[in-house]
Ligand binder design. Structure first.
Ligand code: CTP
Ligand code: MN
Ligand code: MN
Ligand code: MN
Length: 391
């Protein structure tokens, strides 16, 4: 052990959640390759392999300088034979044949295009590919029945495949803020997901909504959605109600990683700013548009002024204040970080962490909600272990 530590060039803790994380990646060539293989595995319904590649990529991301030889990686955690082979290939031959052939495979390209449609997962894409559908045109020509989400996803495909900028995230934040303040004064919104981690772009924008008084948040989401709809800000939305307290035995364990908060998966219609002065979307809905520089793309055949806008995926989650800390932690991501945090809690601390609570497995009858606003400890039956959350 001591000898190994002496040869090891880098030292990285076992669990991703124990590492300092940085947006600075000195090994992007390697992590891009491993992430691509992870994505391919996930799209092929091989989640175990996907996690293995994600873990390997995360270890390389944590290194303080570029790797030049696999020898430097001795003793590092999470680097399995397969990942090491890929890394070695790239270090020695500048590229990995497996990564190249995966990237160029028709199946992978088709999976990426089809799952790039909002509402389409790996299973649906696989079914379509088996039916001979490999791209958007073939999907449209096929006459496949699409659900409401997929229809909206296909309709706004181009916009939704463009990364969302922080500036756009902030603009949406202002709209959500106004919606929430209008329907429940005192309610607060917090930017979560990738933007909370400091990312400069994202595939969507995520917000957590709560109210400092426990219980006031009940019924909030439909009101927020109605407000947004009445102002024309929503192209699509699907609200799922809170199911955390549904089971009569008290909070039950979700069957999967999914939490049980009231949530809304939506597609926003974000007005695009034409000039610096037009800050608030409302100013674009009045007569102000006359003063905007109108190009041909702003004017329909009838000569009616059209406003420029862009579709953006937005996730809204509502949590009671008593669970806010857990919700915030659980929704900040990244997905691997959350997974590792739960695995660490389970394996090393004998605790079960979710976006709702932290359970001490040794005191199975007690359900801790460590928030000042909850005076009494709630008691719940811990019916089963959450192994699905900790794999
Ligand atoms: N999340 C979750 N349950 C879901 C979806 C997401 O708990 N059904 C959590 C994820 O674990 C993640 C966070 O919400 O921590 C944000 O998820 P997502 O928006 O998918 O990813 P981001 O990290 O925000 O990355 P991106 O920029 O691609 O949106
Ligand atoms: Mn996100
Ligand atoms: Mn999201
Ligand atoms: Mn495990």
């Amino acid at each position: 052990q001591i000898n190994e530590a002496e040869v090891a060039e880098f030292s990285v803790p076992t669990y991703a959640c124990q590492r300092r994380t940085t947006l600075e990646n000195h090994n992007a060539v390697l992590t891009d390759a491993l992430s691509l293989l992870a994505e391919h595995a996930e799209l092929s319904d091989e989640d175990g392999r996907g996690v293995a590649f994600r873990r390997a990529a995360a270890v390389l991301k944590a290194l303080p300088k570029p790797v030049t030889s696999v020898k430097q990686l001795r003793g590092l955690p999470c680097l399995g034979d397969h990942s090491l082979r890929i890394i070695k290939d790239i270090l020695e031959n500048r590229e990995s044949s497996e990564v190249q052939s995966t990237k160029q495979s028709e199946r992978f390209k088709a999976l990426k295009v089809l799952t790039g449609i909002f509402g389409v997962g790996a299973k649906t894409a696989d079914r379509w590919i088996r039916d001979g559908i490999n791209n958007l045109q073939q999907l449209q020509d096929s006459g496949q029945t699409l659900n409401r989400a997929q229809q909206a996803g296909l309709q706004h495909y181009d916009h939704l495949s463009q990364p969302v900028t922080k500036q756009e995230a902030d603009a949406i934040g202002e709209i959500v803020e106004e919606a929430v303040a209008s329907v429940l004064p005192g309610a607060r919104i917090t930017l979560i997901g990738g933007f909370r981690r400091g990312k400069l772009t994202g595939h969507d924008v995520d917000f957590l909504i709560t109210h400092p008084e426990e219980g006031r948040e009940v019924g909030l989401m439909p009101k927020v959605v109605s407000w947004l709809e009445s102002k024309g800000f929503l192209l699509y939305q699907k609200t799922t109600r809170n199911s955390y307290l549904e089971s009569k035995d008290g909070p039950a364990r979700p069957a999967s990683n999914m939490d049980r908060f009231e949530r809304c998966f939506s597609i926003f219609k974000l007005p695009e700013e034409e000039k610096p002065a037009a800050k608030h979307p409302e100013t674009l809905t009045g007569n102000v548009e006359q003063s905007l520089p109108l190009t041909s793309s702003h004017v329909s055949a009838e000569g009616e002024a059209l406003k420029r806008w862009r579709a953006v995926r937005v996730d809204l989650v509502v949590s009671p204040i008593s669970q806010f800390a857990f919700a915030l932690l659980g929704w900040t991501g990244s997905k691997l970080f959350e997974r590792e945090l739960r695995r660490w809690a389970g394996h090393e601390k004998a605790m079960s962490l979710s976006s709702h609570a932290l359970y001490d497995n040794k005191q199975v009858e007690t359900h801790f909600v460590q928030t000042p606003s909850v005076k009494k400890k709630r008691v719940s039956k811990k019916t089963k272990t959450c192994s699905s959350m900790m794999t």
